[in-house]
Ligand binder design. Sequence first.
Ligand code: UDP
Length: 257
Amino acid sequence: MNQRRTRIYEGKAKILYEGPEPGTVVVHFKDDATAFNAQKKEVIDGKGVINNRISEFIFNKLNAIGIPTHFVKRLNMREQLVREVEIIPLEVVVRNVAAGTLSSRLGIEEGEPLPRTLIEFCYKNDELGDPLVAEEHIMAFGWATPQELDDMMTMAIRINDYLSGLFMGIGIKLVDFKLEFGRLYEGDMVRTVLADEISPDSCRLWDVKTDEKMDKDRFRRDLGGLVEAYQEVARRLGIMNGNEPVERSKPVLVKSD
Ligand code: UDP
């Protein structure tokens, strides 16, 4: 026992280890923040712990409404257990309000509500800077099958509807976010499931009243206060009362004299 775990992969914000059973993986959330294809880097104390919690919360909610995901359970402050999947090499970006690269690409002012929700695909390739691609490219190069593309679009729309409402209920506008999907092999079957994480690192979240940014743009744009903003998101979601279950006092026997 107590052997060192085998590291499968180290990414920009996470490390993957072999899980305790075949077909499982342990995801470790680091404090590293990167932006602009890792040209900007910083270690932000506590970010990994908060993202682990927020992502756990969101994946549990999505599991509960029937979205298949890789998530099994959170293991500790920085780690979660997930099912091993083959990542589909696409980032699925869902947008409700213009921001970021959509605004710069098309000259639409940030904050402009979009006439309809947009779903974009980027090819996951760091050397190329994750370029935007069309369905044509995905089909031509076989990055996903037509069935997988359909699964991803259907799930992305459901996730957007659900999360937009969830965040609106706590005074937060879900401007845009990024999803990743994987292939889960079960015997002869393969299923498309939601993978990676959903956290303020992968979403744009603006306070409804003030439009204050509560996401990774605080780092990208040197606004400061990133951990405080992520903590506020967690607090509003009702998950930031420390890492222990809430202490409940035992029933007290009331005696009448
Ligand atoms: N996003 C992400 N990882 C990426 C690129 C984008 O999580 O590698 C998220 C980003 O946080 C935002 C949404 O996807 O919520 C849309 O990002 P955009 O295309 O505007 O690019 P960015 O401005 O983030 O470079």
